[in-house]
Design a protein around this ligand. Structure first.
Ligand SMILES: NC(=O)c1ccc[n+]([C@@H]2O[C@H](COP(=O)([O-])OP(=O)(O)OC[C@H]3O[C@@H](n4cnc5c(N)ncnc54)[C@H](OP(=O)(O)O)[C@@H]3O)[C@@H](O)[C@H]2O)c1
Length: 242
């Protein structure tokens, strides 16, 4: 550890939804810093262009489908077999569908529960024994400002799942504290990715760059056990407190 930062070299980090958007930006940042990475994507071939010039000794690409109960454990097992250790997980894969409280068809809400809450839960559960062994395991959950407040009707269902995701981070903190596991929720507002491509009410060039979220993930992974940060809200507009 140098100047209060844990070293990247020798540590293995899993990132879900690493093929595009925030997940891709996180993968690029962490690779540059020297971490070994296990990248999960629904369609593993979509990771090909990202890792084309990367050192194969420092990267594993694997299928991960958050709605499939067995997918997380298979990915964790492959990561552990390949690298012999896992030091952290970035639970990033997520979906945002419009769903308000007056909507009777719950299928979109059900998908958000599966991908935004149960997917990260299954991934974290599968990786927990490895994080315990590491002694300084890290869980970074890409939540949202919608995990802190509800801003608008259509975002109601998404916000319900992201509040649950934030609770999951805190559950991790209590379950893993004695074993050196630390959990952080990163809670951004609008980030300029495919997820916000249809947003017309806010200028795209004023949205948070995905690379800035990646900087915060890097920070959360680098802080020692004695400097736990439970939550990092990030905004591109002025709101009270966040
Ligand atoms: N963009 C924002 O404004 C914003 C703000 C706050 C928080 N977030 C959160 O940040 C995370 C990343 O979002 P993003 O903006 O990067 O969105 P994005 O560009 O739409 O990327 C979403 C990622 O999640 C993956 N994914 C979706 N459903 C999945 C499933 N069932 N199983 C496995 N992977 C799945 C996607 O894979 P495919 O490519 O196969 O679809 C993709 O890799 C999400 O959790 C999101 O809620 C985003």
């Amino acid at each position: 550890m140098a100047e209060g930062r844990l070293a990247a070299e020798g540590r293995v980090i899993m990132i879900s939804g690493a093929n595009r958007g925030i997940g891709r930006a996180v993968a690029e940042k962490l690779y540059t810093e020297g971490f070994a990475l296990s990248l999960g994507a629904r369609q593993v071939d979509r990771l090909g262009p990202l890792v084309l010039d990367w050192d194969p000794a420092r990267v594993l690409c694997h299928d991960f489908e958050a709605r499939d109960r067995g997918s997380a454990s298979a990915w964790v097992a492959a990561s552990a077999e390949r690298f012999g250790r896992i030091d952290g997980v970035v639970a990033n894969a997520g979906v945002m569908h419009p769903f308000g409280v007056e909507e009777e068809n719950e299928s979109l809400l059900d998908e958000m529960w599966e991908v935004n809450v149960k997917g990260p839960l299954r991934l974290i559960r599968a990786v927990f024994p490895h994080l315990k062994r590491a002694g300084s395991g890290r869980v970074v959950n890409i939540v949202s400002l919608s995990g802190k407040r509800v801003k608008g009707r259509a975002v109601g269902g998404y916000a319900m799942t992201k509040h649950a995701a934030a609770a999951l981070t805190n559950a991790v903190r209590y379950s893993g504290w004695e074993d050196g596991i630390r959990g952080t929720s990163i809670c951004p507002g609008y980030v300029a990715t495919d997820m916000t491509a249809d947003v017309t009410s806010f200028e795209r060039d004023k949205m948070i760059p995905a690379a800035s979220v990646a900087e915060l993930v890097s920070l959360a992974l680098s802080l020692p056990n004695e400097a736990s940060v439970a939550e990092i809200p990030v905004n591109c507009v002025l709101e009270p407190l966040i």
